[in-house]
Every structure is written in structure tokens, then in C-alpha cells.
Design a protein around this ligand. Structure first.
Ligand SMILES: [Zn+2]
Length: 394
């Protein structure tokens, strides 16, 4: 089965784009380390190795919060996908955690970080189990032209997920951070482009000319179906990677910008914004007196690639802050990222699906409301959260 709509088969081609300006420090490639990659900013501190032991100790001593996942939590709806490539607006559907399906005006159909399995972990056996159902399965998504992966953590990159997509949509192209191409090839996926921060590509999704029979069968000639164009950018964010205990930092992480059909979207991926040290209980780490350094990449993204019609920004998996702030934004950090990257509207993600950290499962949207109020931004209509499976238009 190919990527089809009303019977027309489409094929995707990738071309190197004419280079647009980038920040002065981009060419220095300071995120390339001797072995693998690094976060080249003061806003990052690697606390990751301590986390597992400390989490366990907190659990054993009763110090850590164990989030209650008893239903009802986040509502889950069966998503409604458009039956054709036609839509006047940009349409974003949240499929849980960091997975979004985007339908662009002009016809492009893409998925970000598709993980629809029960568990996020090796072999679908280890790792946390969903507390909300997946709203659909890969087989329910009618058209997938391209998949964008932010990094290789199991809650963002699933072997069964990407291999099923490649099987059902043989023309689908996978865009991945540097260092991930060989993993995809080992999975039997050949249509892969890996990119470094600030790399750009032009993609064209063309009605195929060599599948005449199937095209005629639908009554729509391939020659009358318009070509779909998009510009994509792989951009920085603050995170870390690993799929095993032995490959930390060996592949890159990042965020994506996609412009197609007159709409621009920024997918932040999985990211931190600052590193917050251990503070006395009850202390507000966003109090300006602290002034912890922030990740400068987001202002650069806004300046060089913004503004964006829509930002998809993580708001969950943040507590406790001294353990998770460097790799995961909290809702207040998320509003900073929203403003730095010059997004006009945003939807939250990276919550409501698996318990990865200690905050209560319904806390992220509440904290987002409080943060928006502190920024004098409207509580609704600008940076929203959806139900799982819900679509919003922009
Ligand atoms: Zn991650």
C-alpha cells in the first residue's frame, strides 16, 4: 500500500535547499563532541546519571510523589482524519505524548514522534505502561508522507511504529537527527534523511506518473493532482539521547520547523530550557532573583526561522526540578519557549500518556494556566492543551 488519496499515488523527493542565514555560532558546530554530541550552553548540566538512583531512593523512602492514574484523567477520543488532502487550514491532531499528526493546506501529511504502543521501552515489555489509551493505531492514519523524529528515546522512537509505517506507506520518508540513519537502515527502512542542527531541505510530494492503472481507477489523473512542496529545518533544543546504557549522546536530538501550504509549524521535540538546582521546599524557581541561564537556541530559532503559526511544545515530565529541568521544560519554561521562538499559537504535548516523573498527571495543564497568567497572556486560545485524539485548526 502506498500513500494514496482518492487513488492518486504520491512520491516524495528531497533536495538540498538554498542556504538561508543562520546564527553566527551555528557554523562552529560546538554541539559536536569528541564522541557524539553535547549541549553547548550554560543552561545545561548533566544530572542524568544520578536520576535513576535518586528516583528509587525517593520512592523507597516515601519522599517522592507517586502520581495517581486512576481514571478519569485525560479524555481520549477517536481521531477524525480528513479523507482527502484538501483542507483550507492547518490541522493538528494530538495522538498522545509527543505524537502529533499534521494536515497542511496544500496537502502535506506528516507525523511527529509516532509511538502508539502500550509501553515505551525496549521490546514493548519494559518501560512505563500507558495510563490513557492510544487514540488510534498506525493502520487508522490514511496518509503519511513524512515522519519526523526528535530523538531516539523510547517515548519518541518506536521500532514497531516506524517499521509499520514504512510497510503501510512505502513512499513515506523519515527525517531523523544525525547518527540515527544506520538504526533505520538496520530496521529495513531505506528512505531516511539525517540532518544536523540548522540543516534545511526542500521536499516535493508529487503525484506519481508511473502508476497509471491505479490512478485511472480512481477517476483522477495524476497530472491534475497538484505537487506539494515544503521546506524543512532541523533545529537545536536542549536534551540528551540513549537507547541503551552504552550509547548516551551518540546520536543527536533536536526540533523541527516545517513550512508548507502557507503555514509554518515548530515542533520543539523533547527539551529543557534551564537547569534548576535543588532549592528549599516551596521555593519558586521562576523567581527572577535566581536568573538561571536559559537555552539561547530558542531565541535564535525565533529570530532566524520564526514566526510560526503553530508551536508544539512540551509541558510535562518535569518534577522534581533539580532532576529533570535540564532535559524537560515545565509549563512556565514552555511559555518562555513559545515566546522566544515567536509562535503565534501553541499546543501542549509530552504529558497525559505515560508517568515518567513525579508531578500529578493532570498538573501540567493547570500549571500552564498559571504560567500564562503570569506572562499576562490569555488562558485560552493562545497556548492550549487538547484531549487525546482531538484536532485543532489554525
Ligand atoms: Zn527524551
Amino acid at each position: 500500500m502506498s500513500s494514496t488519496t482518492t487513488g492518486v499515488l504520491y512520491a516524495l523527493t528531497v533536495a538540498t535547499s538554498p542556504a538561508r542565514p543562520t546564527p553566527e555560532d551555528a557554523s562552529a558546530k560546538s554541539h559536536h563532541a569528541k564522541s557524539g554530541f553535547r549541549n553547548p550552553w550554560d543552561s545545561w548540566q548533566d544530572v542524568n546519571l544520578k536520576i535513576a538512583g535518586e528516583m528509587l531512593m525517593r520512592r523507597l523512602t516515601g519522599k517522592g510523589n507517586v502520581p495517581d492514574t486512576t481514571p478519569p484523567t485525560v479524555s481520549v477520543h477517536k481521531p477524525e482524519f480528513l479523507p482527502t488532502r484538501e483542507t483550507p487550514n492547518l490541522r493538528a491532531t494530538w495522538l498522545g505524548h509527543a505524537c502529533y499528526y499534521l494536515e497542511f493546506p496544500g496537502g502535506l501529511r506528516v507525523l511527529f514522534d509516532p509511538v502508539l504502543e502500550e509501553r515505551c521501552g525496549p521490546y514493548n515489555l519494559l518501560g512505563p505502561k500507558r495510563f490513557t489509551d492510544a487514540p488510534c493505531q498506525i493502520k487508522d492514519i490514511p496518509i503519511i508522507d513524512a515522519v519526523f523524529i526528535s530523538h531516539n528515546h523510547y517515548d519518541h522512537l518506536s521500532y514497531p511504529g516506524v517499521t509499520e509505517i514504512a510497510k503501510r506507506h512505502p513512499d513515506c520518508h523519515f527525517f531523523v537527527p544525525l547518527g540515527n540513519k544506520s538504526w533505520f537502515k538496520r530496521c529495513g527502512i531505506q528512505k531516511v534523511t539525517e540532518l544536523d542542527w540548522w540543516d534545511e531541505r526542500d521536499i516535493t510530494v508529487s503525484p506519481s506518473q508511473d502508476k497509471g492503472t491505479e490512478v485511472e481507477a480512481s477517476g483522477e489523473a495524476a497530472s491534475t493532482a497538484p505537487e506539494i512542496k515544503a521546506r524543512i529545518d532541523f533545529l537545536p533544543c536542549q536534551h540528551i539521547t540513549a537507547r541503551t546504557p552504552f550509547d548516551r549522546y551518540q546520536t543527536l536530538w533536536g526540533s523541527w520547523a516545517i513550512e508548507s501550504g502557507g503555514k509554518k509549524v515548530y515542533f520543539t521535540g523533547d527539551t529543557g530550557y534551564r537547569t534548576v538546582p535543588l532549592l528549599p521546599e516551596g521555593e519558586d524557581d521562576h523567581d527572577p532573583k535566581y536568573g538561571f541561564p536559559v537555552c539561547p537556541a530558542f531565541k535564535q530559532v525565533g529570530e532566524f526561522r520564526g514566526p510560526f503559526d503553530l508551536g508544539l511544545i512540551p509541558i510535562g515530565a518535569y518534577a522534581p526540578r533539580h532532576m529533570f529541568s535540564s532535559a524537560h521544560a515545565d509549563p512556565h519554561d514552555a511559555v518562555h519557549i513559545f515566546q522566544d521562538t515567536k509562535c503565534k499559537k501553541a499546543l501542549g504535548m509530552h504529558w497525559g500518556t505515560w508517568v515518567l516523573t513525579e508531578e500529578d498527571v493532570l498538573e501540567p495543564p493547570e500549571k500552564l494556566k498559571t504560567a500564562l497568567k503570569r506572562f499576562d497572556l490569555p488562558e485560552k486560545g493562545m497556548f492550549d492543551v487538547c484531549n487525546i485524539g482531538e484536532s485543532r485548526e489554525f
